[in-house]
Design a protein around this ligand. Structure first.
Ligand SMILES: Nc1ncnc2c1ncn2[C@@H]1O[C@H](COP(=O)(O)OP(=O)(O)OP(=O)(O)O)[C@@H](O)[C@H]1O
Ligand SMILES: [Mg+2]
Length: 234
């Protein structure tokens, strides 16, 4: 579904990403694991068109989307879930969901998409008139995910889904991710929460100083000495 090939990204004259290659197959959850500053967000930004790579390519469903602007990337079927979800607190749930379908093509299909979101998260339907700021943490997360689905994505990119959350909410958020996958969304996620993301993902890549140093099934990585020492504190 997604293929990144030999991607190099600079900020000014500092190289941040070096020759990145990765693949995400349809139906997978793939995790990107790495320390602060490793380049995880930069990699997602390069895929979504927020940062222009110096060289290399990004292919999505067989189309070269390298350097496409962010709105075109969304229109192609990639949805970006930014850190913290960024809801509109003084708007109702329904209004927040509709904001996720702001592109012309999405707007035409918003009714069907809304029904689909309501099927996945029925609570969002019951509370549709309530203001977003009155929701609990878990409900907010649900709303942010629902909104990300309103652009009709095939692939969801999640940056630090669980950042700053209490453990119970982290667990609920990961369960919501699995639910999205079961409903047909392919997922690439960045996580500080290495253990939990390796437990729910199918495969993972380890990013260190802008380079992918290992990759494989989560099963393998959970047992690798390097991952256990560097990321799991074992
Ligand atoms: N706009 C920018 N201009 C210059 N340098 C930047 C910019 N954005 C990020 N960087 C640098 O690029 C490197 C990678 O940052 P990035 O945000 O991709 O890391 P990360 O892996 O997402 O880290 P974290 O886990 O802390 O979110 C860091 O050294 C950061 O300081
Ligand atoms: Mg980051």
């Amino acid at each position: 579904m997604l293929e990144v090939k030999n991607l190099n990204v600079f900020y000014g004259n500092i190289q941040i990403l070096w020759d990145i290659c990765l693949k995400v197959e349809e139906g997978e959850i793939v995790a990107l694991v790495g320390a602060n500053g490793a380049g995880k967000t930069t990699l997602l930004n390069a895929i979504t068109g927020l940062v222009k790579p110096a060289s290399g390519s990004v292919t999505f469903m067989g189309r070269d989307i390298t350097g496409f602007p962010p709105n075109a990337v969304v229109e192609m079927g990639i949805s970006y879930f930014p850190e913290g979800g960024r809801l509109f607190p003084d708007m109702s749930l329904l209004e927040n969901l509709e904001m996720g379908a702001y592109l012309k093509t999405s707007w035409k299909q918003r009714k069907e998409r809304l029904e689909r979101v309501y099927r996945i998260f029925p609570l969002l339907k019951e509370r549709r008139r309530q203001l977003a700021k009155t929701l609990s943490g878990g409900e907010r997360q649900m709303l942010a995910m629902g909104r990300a689905l309103m652009s009709g994505p095939r692939l969801g990119l999640f940056d630090e889904l669980s950042y700053g959350m209490a453990p119970k909410l982290v667990k609920e958020s990961f369960q919501m991710l699995q639910k999205l996958r079961d409903n047909g969304l392919t997922i690439l996620l960045n996580e500080q929460n290495v253990k939990q993301s390796l437990e729910i993902a199918d495969r993972a890549y380890v990013l260190e100083n802008g380079r992918i140093v290992s990759g494989g099934s989560c099963e393998e990585l959970l047992h690798s000495d390097h991952v256990r020492k560097a990321y799991l504190g074992l």
